[in-house]
Structure formats: structure tokens, C-alpha cells
Design a protein around this ligand. Structure first.
Ligand SMILES: *[C@@H]1O[C@H](CO)[C@@H](O)[C@H](O)[C@H]1NC(C)=O
Length: 383
């Protein structure tokens, strides 16, 4: 084989795309109105802890019911785990065989059964809400789809509190600066030459509204149409970008910042802006959160967003109305700021747009998502 052909083949094998199908722990439509309200309160409280805003009350129980999970493998031979895919954190941990709580999830890691496992004898602890996980760190091979990342730091959870029962851990997809131990798996995969430094998240499934996908190494062009609209990452820890805003979301100070987080469901923003949004869409604050009385989702306005460098992006009512009961709709816009951000933008924006996370070029890009079946993801349930 001549050298250039050999190099081409090498590059072809190096530049691969790996798809992982994700599922939502629980869909919005599986909740009763009261359960949904409880979930949203828990999420708001968890966020204030995750983002270091300790002014808020921490709930007795924590919840990840609104997150997405998918498979990952650890060890040789591979042991399979379902983990939450979270762009708002940077550590990988899985429950260990010593874990006894119900929230350890269905799969437990057995280091003794992995020939590549190395005990780092280093304790770790991650806290979120009143919950969290503690245990020790190992190095082992981690397989994301078919990509084998060697010498990956993995937290082995001995005590796990308040993890959803479907998942046995979390895969953090943010930058190294945020991690508690070692490099995040995706960054390691890039450094080991296994993947290009980009991944894309699609959550445009409508039927059952559970389906989602993360594509590592390349965006999945079958899941979006048109051009990418991009905003530079201002600080490579979270996926933090500048938000210029538009109309009701306009920034009211020198600079406003937004964090894009797949591990969060809704959109949290400055009180002033959330009030303007509520006025626009006719929502009123009640004991049960923000509700729209006499709600007809087909006649509500879109809510515009604009990040530095992007076109105007919109979240339509079919996405920001997260439940409808009787005459009332519940909206997904919550007034809450945190340490280090003005807006925390979760799945609502992922629902509306395909999002490319350009880890190498340090930018977050949005493209029109190819939605399955029709554009109203809640249509089967609500309208
Ligand atoms: C690894 O080290 C930790 C801390 O030293 C210890 O608690 C744990 O039992 C060890 N695990 C194994 C499988 O040897």
C-alpha cells in the first residue's frame, strides 16, 4: 500500500461519527399537572445548587426525571451502563458494585471483572441538591458507541442519592475546567485522535416525544436543514455564550450570558425578561407556577432569542407550552438567575434547534431541526 493511501485510510478511520440514541427519563406528558409542577420546582432548586446560587431553598428530594439518558460501556470486556448525557457538567461516573441504594440504577460496575481497570485510590464526591454521589476514581477503557477511549477517569459511585432509576450514572460533556477528576471522556477521545472535536444533539422526536440523539465527531446532517448559526463560547467551562436577546428577551445591561445545558429542561432567565415574556404570551404567576388561562396554543406568539453572532432564533408555543390541563397551559420560562449566568437554556432550545457543540472551535451552533412527523411535539397529547 502506498503511503498516501495508507494515510487516507487512517484518516478515514479516525474521522468517524458515532451516534448514541437517547431517551428521556420521563416525558412531560407522563406527568400529571401536579407532578409536573413538583418536578419543575425540584429542577429549579437543583439548578440553583448546580450553578452555585445558594440563596435558594434546597429540596428534600432531588430529581432528574426530565433528563435524557443513553448507553455507555466501561471496562474490558465491556460492562454497559445507561447514563444521563449532560452538557452542563464534565465528569463521568457510574454506580459501583458496592452501591446499595435504590438510586444506584440498574447496572453496577465491577472493576475486578475488567482487565483494564486501574484503581486510582482517589475519593470523589459530587453534590447536587441534597443528593449526590461519592466513591472512588478508577482509570479504565470507556466505549462511546464504538469509539474506545483508553485510560479514562471514571468515578465509581459507592453512595448514590437521587439518581433516576433508569440511569446508573452521568456522562458530563462540558469542558475540562469544570471536571472534578481527570479529563471528560469526549475531550480524551479527541486528544487520543479518535474523534473530531464536535458533537451534535438532536431532540426533535415527536412520536412519544422520547427520542433524541447525540452524534460524536461530526454533526448528523440528516437531523437538521439549512445553515448553522453560531455563537462563540466566551469561557470554556460550561457552554457559555453571550445573549443579545430580542424584544422580550433583550439584555438590559452591558453584557448578558447564557449557558446551554442539555441536563436542564426549561429556560431560566432574568425576572425582568421573564415578566416581559409572560406579558407577551398572557401568562400569570400562580401558586402552581406560570400559567396561561384560556390558553389556545395555536394562537400564541413565538418567543425570540438572539445570541452574539446568531440569527434570531425562536421557541414556538408548541415547544414552550409544556402541559395543558383544562383551560390552562404551563409555560417553560422561569424567572431565576444564577451565579455566572443570566440565562440557563435547556431542552426547550434543543427541541427547537439542532445544536452543534464545537469543542475545538469553541462555538455553539444552531440549525433548524428536522422534526419527526409534524412540528407540534406535544400535538398528540395536548391539542
Ligand atoms: C479502590 O480504592 C478505594 C480507595 O482507596 C477503595 O475504597 C476501593 O475499595 C478500591 N476498589 C477496589 C476494587 O480495589
Amino acid at each position: 500500500m502506498n503511503l498516501s493511501l495508507y494515510i487516507t485510510l487512517l484518516l478515514l478511520t479516525a474521522v468517524t461519527t458515532k451516534l448514541i440514541t437517547l431517551k428521556r427519563v420521563k416525558s412531560f406528558h407522563e406527568f400529571s399537572k401536579q407532578e409536573l409542577i413538583t418536578e419543575l420546582r425540584l429542577e429549579a432548586a437543583r439548578i440553583s445548587v448546580k450553578y452555585g446560587n445558594s440563596g435558594n431553598e434546597v429540596p428534600e428530594t432531588d430529581s432528574h426525571n426530565l433528563m435524557y439518558y443513553g448507553p455507555i460501556q466501561v471496562g474490558t470486556p465491556a460492562q454497559t451502563f445507561q447514563v444521563i448525557y449532560d452538557t452542563g457538567s464534565s465528569d463521568l461516573w457510574v454506580s459501583g458494585v458496592e452501591c446499595r441504594q435504590a438510586s444506584c440504577g440498574p447496572n453496577k460496575y465491577e472493576p475486578k471483572k475488567s482487565s483494564t481497570s486501574e484503581n486510582m485510590s482517589q475519593p470523589f464526591q459530587i453534590t447536587y441538591g441534597k443528593g449526590g454521589v461519592n466513591g472512588y476514581v478508577v482509570r479504565d477503557s470507556v466505549i462511546m458507541s464504538e469509539v474506545i477511549v483508553s485510560n479514562q477517569e471514571v468515578g465509581v459511585g459507592i453512595e448514590v442519592y437521587e439518581n433516576p432509576p433508569q440511569a446508573s450514572g452521568i456522562q458530563g460533556l462540558a469542558f475540562t475546567a469544570l471536571s472534578s477528576y481527570g479529563k471528560p471522556t469526549f475531550i480524551n477521545a479527541v486528544d487520543q485522535g479518535l474523534l473530531n472535536p464536535v458533537f451534535g444533539i438532536w431532540t426533535g422526536s415527536i412520536e412519544g416525544s422520547d427520542g433524541a440523539e447525540v452524534s460524536f465527531g461530526e454533526l448528523d446532517s440528516s437531523r437538521y436543514t439549512g445553515d448553522l448559526s453560531c455563537s462563540p463560547i466566551v469561557e470554556a467551562s460550561y457552554y457559555k455564550i453571550e445573549i443579545i436577546g430580542s424584544g422580550v428577551t433583550k439584555c438590559h445591561k452591558d453584557r448578558c450570558y447564557a449557558i446551554i445545558d442539555s441536563g436542564t429542561s426549561l429556560v431560566y432567565g432574568p425576572k425582568q425578561n421573564i415578566e416581559a415574556i409572560n406579558e407577551l404570551i398572557g401568562a400569570v404567576q400562580t401558586e402552581d407556577g406560570y400559567l396561561i388561562p384560556n390558553c389556545d396554543p395555536n394562537n400564541l406568539p413565538d418567543v425570540p432569542f438572539k445570541f452574539a453572532g446568531t440569527k434570531e432564533l425562536i421557541i414556538p408555543p408548541s415547544i414552550y407550552i409544556i402541559s395543558k390541563e383544562g383551560e390552562y397551559c404551563t409555560t417553560g420560562f422561569i424567572g431565576q438567575e444564577g451565579a455566572g449566568f443570566d440565562w440557563l437554556i435547556g431542552d426547550l432550545i434543543h427541541r427547537a434547534y439542532y445544536i452543534g457543540y464545537f469543542v475545538g472551535e469553541k462555538k455553539v451552533c444552531f440549525a433548524d431541526s428536522v422534526l419527526e412527523k409534524n412540528s407540534f411535539y406535544l400535538s398528540k397529547i395536548l391539542f
